[in-house]
Design a protein around this ligand. Sequence first.
Ligand code: ADP
Length: 610
Amino acid sequence: MTSNINEKLFSDFDLSTNIEYLSVLKKIVNESIHPAFLCSQIKIENPNYFSIIYSNNLFIDEFGNGHESLIGKSHDFLFEEIGLNYDSVDQNEYSRMIIAIKNKQEGNFIFNLPVYHRGIKEVLKFQLKLVPFFNQENKKTYLIFVFEKQNDNSVKNSYPLSQNQILIKTLERSLSNEKLLRQISYLIISDKTIKEISLMIAELICYHLKVDRCIINDIRDDKPNFIVEFSNFGSRYITYGDESVKEEDVKNYVIFHNEFYKKISSENSVKNNSSLFVVNDIRSDPAFYKFRKIYQDFNVFSEITAITSFDNKINGSIHIHCSERRNFNMEEIQLLEIISEQLSIAIDRSYSVERVMIANHKLLIRTLELKQAIKKEKELRKTQSEFVALVSHEFKTPLQIIDSNREMISRKIKNLNLVDDSILKYLEKIKSGIFKMNGLISTTLNLARIESGREKMGLNKVKFYINDLIYDIIDKVNNLALSKNISINLLNFDNPIEIFADQKMLDHAFTNLISNAIKYSRDNLSVDITLLVSNKNVIVEVLDRGIGIPEEDLKNIGKKFFRARNTLSVSGTGIGLYITKYFIELHNGFIEVDSKIDVGSKFSISIPLF
Ligand code: ADP
């Protein structure tokens, strides 16, 4: 009956709004079925100081302290007033309790406490439950301590184990604990997913601690991500928000966990890498009344919850359920603490791995997009280049017809022996126009070939004398030179130099350099062409005494469409040198420019002889 009253009180009572706050807390203590008392944080300036303000009669009866001797005492009462004679286990519990009090955290602690029945002292095992309450209005904190007598004092009566047996049992336990931790460590560094790791940890915990169920939660950015559950009925993964999961119990889990996390995060109790909540008897624990229905549905009597966090951020939890009463011992609790720390690291690591994978994925998609864009752009350029090449080629035929007809007219006129040779001059002008036009067409064709992809530009190497090639070129540009009265000096041309190269490409290159030298020279000057051989390379130098290139433009000479600022009044395209450079580099050669404005320029091409 009494426990029902307690349940009602806790479930109906909203702490944040009820002004009868203190009296309700006293009522809770009064109606507790176990010895209990209430502490209050009296001195606001010292938040760690709590003192006893109220106790129930059960407490007075059990521990034999009158109200007067208790009220106003600090929470150190266990040690000072009740006479806790702690051994090593109790000492541990005592320090855990002090930490919980300071953090205003819930907790369960096992103590051996002396009680007096009819004047006879007896040391009994108690579970001390600590439940904090927060009054939002006056910022005061209250703690209720409930002392639940444990039934397993029977150990005292059983046949005592010998020292050796105790030692062996302890050793066995440590070895098996160590094995479990090792297995978990291997799991964590394996390449399994965090879901798989969690499920295997849950299974290991169930077998090792002999509990009925282990649930592991993964929380991302304050939102539940997935649950894994291992129990006697099997195992499963549940991903939150998964539409296909409609079972009632799963929903309950979600509700329960959301509530649970809200509760612990609102009390700001998770400070360390892991926080543990041990509940030996959920049915009589006031803090769990709210969730009682769900616990009943899952048939839970005792539970440990370990909250895992990384960098002060909750990232998961482990819940261990027993359908029967279970008093978890310190060793088990500590073991779980270590496991939850390991799990918190594993979860965090999986975040990073996930983040890296997402980033990689994005990068991959971006690379694919770029590749596709490049492919498209290449195709487009290829089509354009092919079109340009086709059109340029089509120009050649009519030009050839014009040129051959010009040649025929010129011959006929010569045969007529006309005194007025002005017609011949006009024909010469037509000839140089055709030469320019042809140059332009081959430049455009070459550019189109380059642009449509390097693979098409294979070298068609043949053996020939470079001297002969240059003689031919001079023949072609002769008209241009004559029109400006420019003389061309050939230096070091006595020895024929044989070369193994693509003749058409070199024809373009030298024609370009020589015609530029003439084009960018003023009238009546001279151009020098020098041939040199050095280290199995032939060097062709074309030197003019023309307008030169401004210093600031020199670095850009040879770039596609680039024209120096002082040549804009002279017709040109800025492609010739780009193609020349390209062709020379295809031959593993290079081109150098040395120029001074209004003094002249020297272009040198160096290519291997073979
Ligand atoms: P184009 O002569 O048709 O403009 P080129 O690619 O052959 O194209 O040359 C690029 C630019 O380099 C020219 O526009 C000119 O500014 C400069 N250049 C090339 N040769 C000479 C030279 N001998 N003297 C001065 N400037 C030159």
